[in-house]
Each structure stands twice: as structure tokens, then as C-alpha cells.
Design a protein around this ligand. Sequence first.
Ligand code: ATP
Ligand code: MG
Length: 193
Amino acid sequence: MEKSLVLIKPDALQRGITGDIITRFEKVGLKIVGAKMIVAPEELANKHYPKDREEFIVGMGNKTLENYKEQGIDPVEILGTDDPKKIGLELQSWLVEFITSSPILALVLEGPHAIEVIRKLAGFTLPSKAEPGTIRGDYSFDSSSYANISKRPIRNLIHASGNLEEAEFEVGLWFTPQELFDYETIHQRHMTV
Ligand code: ATP
Ligand code: MG
């Protein structure tokens, strides 16, 4: 059993597809154990997207560089640098600005292999490359090159914890233990006999 954090970001709320997104998680059997609507304070957003987590910042930078390379775009022209860390830090500031700009819906979902299952349903980070059938693939077509020209983060509708360590940290960051609930679902009854 795992718990994972999902943030339904401002773009999804503003487009009125929150219900559709939640339905996809419910359909596979994931249990909603926490839910809250919130305008994230800047401090919380900065903890969620930590500037000092090298792996996260450089990872975002490298993903961006790979995408630019594939498209034959010069990162220096759009972002002024080809240093993954500098790119990651720039993206981080756009992310914080975006996530604090309008209400979001924070969810904690629980189930066997929840983290991996949610990532599978979410699809690849860059919507233009996300498979059809995934949330990002079905509801968006944004790309890094397109987003970065306007100096904004990719509108990819949701955030989902990337691994167990991230999930434990993020669930604790957004929810107190009292805000998490336990109850039995039909899926549990069918899968534990
Ligand atoms: P998330 O953590 O939101 O579930 P992810 O793990 O698939 O997404 P990360 O590499 O952690 O992707 O990036 C975090 C977020 O940063 C992405 O969801 C996206 O909104 C934004 N982002 C990532 N790369 C870029 C980019 N090149 N340009 C603009 N925004 C980006
Ligand atoms: Mg991530």
C-alpha cells in the first residue's frame, strides 16, 4: 500500500476538468484519503518545488534540454543558457509563480503501487509527448519549447509524486495526519480475499 500526492493544478481547475481527472483515479480503484482546495502560500510552493534538491532541478533542466535537442531548438536562444541547473532554477521560479496564482486541489490517493499507477495515468511530463489515454496526453498538447517562449511552466494539469521518498515528503508537506482518512472501499474487499 502506498500513498501519493496529486495536485490538480490551476489550469485543470480553470478548464473545468477536475471531475474527469478524479474519475480516472477512482476508476482504477485508487482511494481518496485526503482532499483540500487551497491557494498555496509561496513558502509551501517553494518547499514543494525545492531549489536545493539538485536531482529535481537538474532533472528538469536535462528533460528540457533533451526535448529541445529533439526539436532542433537552441536552448541558449530561448532560455539564455544550456546549463541544466540554471534552466531548472528558472523553471522552478515559474512553477512557484504558477502554482500560487490560483486555487489548486490537493489529493492524497492510496492503493497498491499507487505512485507508479498514478504516474502511468498522468502520462509523460511533456503533454505533446504523453501517450493518448493518459491525463496529460488526452487533455493537453503543451511542450517545453512552446511554454518557454512565454517564460511559463508547461501546463500539464497535474502534479504526481515521482517516487516513494518524494511521496512521503509531499504528503506530509500538504496534509496533517488528522486530514488523512481511512475507510474501506469495494476494491479492497475484492482484492484482499
Ligand atoms: P510533476 O512533478 O508535476 O508530476 P514530472 O515529475 O512529470 O511532473 P518534473 O520534471 O518533476 O516533471 O517537472 C515538474 C513540473 O515542471 C512539470 O510538471 C511541469 O509543469 C514543469 N516543467 C518541467 N519541465 C519544464 C519545461 N521544460 N518547461 C516548462 N515547465 C516545465
Ligand atoms: Mg516531478
